[in-house]
Design a protein. Sequence first.
Length: 452
Amino acid sequence: MIAFPLQQDRGNHMDIGEKIRQLRLHKKLTQRELVEGISSITYLSRIETGDINPSLSFLEEISGRLDVQAADLLDKDNSDAAERILHISERYRCKQTLTEADLSFLNLHTSEMHSTETYVKMYTTLIRYYLDQEKDVETSEQYYVQSRHFVPLTVPDELATDYYFYYISCGNLFYLKQDYIKANHYYCLAEQFSNHVDDAIAQAKLYLNISLVKKEMMEDKYISLVYAQKAYEIFREKQEEHMMINTLIIMGVLFHLTKNYKKSLNILHEAMQQTPADDKLSLGLILYNFGRVYVGEKEFSKAIEHFQLSIERYRECGEEHRITYPYLRLIEVYTELKDWNQVESYLGKAMQGLDSKNMSYMHLKLLSIQARFFLLRGNENRYEREMQKIIESGAIEGHLKLSIQLASQLAHHYYEKRAYKKSANYFKLVSDYNDQLTKLMINNDEATIWEF
């Protein structure tokens, strides 16, 4: 294979090398895997660094492994590419399907020059795809970060619908990351453009998402209930049975949180009656929330039974990551019963199955329980050190409500041991965090914040 020197138009050749490198990384291929049987690794390395031009025969051979056409690597006119990107994005919005070739083509153009419309649709598609289809929060977040460099803050009127779906995708990303402040921010931005969207189901899903983040952020659950009820009415009108079940479950949770246990049980029973026997995920969610209500009513044997049943349903449908939640509730029940062997057992199981990177809130919550064991065993210094680290991490990672709760616990701990100066410091921290949380919530509701 002939490697010929670069001519004056060096920039274009470097673009080709960079395109090949980006696509190779996107496909998770090593240099050896990409060129095996085609060329030497050295040849590819020199192309990727822009030292030499790739030959046409080389491009034709590697393009199949990269799921693109050789012409895509050479093409400098993005007008046809933009039309194809818009087509791929619209198809995904309607049918939720992408081919490997579609993904490679979109990835190829994430850093090319395009119109705002093309950027918004392309990044919306990539963020959504990796969340919805691949459950890959890390890759989705990488595209979100990249999108911030290309998607302008100012929303042109003609692109209001596109921004609406972009904001929802960003909100979904941060909801899954358990960063409820950022999720709320993006959902509120999306709600501003609701009147531009002629899609009742999308509107109802947004209302449901807002209900979920408000539930996590606000002590008063009234606003969450309003949004959930608005969503339910739309789903019922459109006969979206699965979403009706999901919304009933959330309403059951909200009534439980307001200590209206009778209403919560009635709604969860209604959800159970509407749920098909083969919908193991919904059954698992309902059983889990029955357990939470029974905890509130101090019927611990019923609670334990329902949490264990929910674990079985989650396993049956392959939703292993959800098992952490009933484990946490079982830890709380057995803590109440002072059965420390069971607490330690379930804590170990929960920590073992936890994706600490993408479930940082749950990870910190479990670490705080683990820290309590040091206190129970008389190791106060270790308990204090661990709690201090957890509180700081929670604030850094956006889990201010958790940091407020834990800082309050630590403040009372210091007060009880008459370490009044340290106690005062942590009570002051609680106050500071409450002020921060209030400001963030006000700003997010007004949808005026972009940077975090």
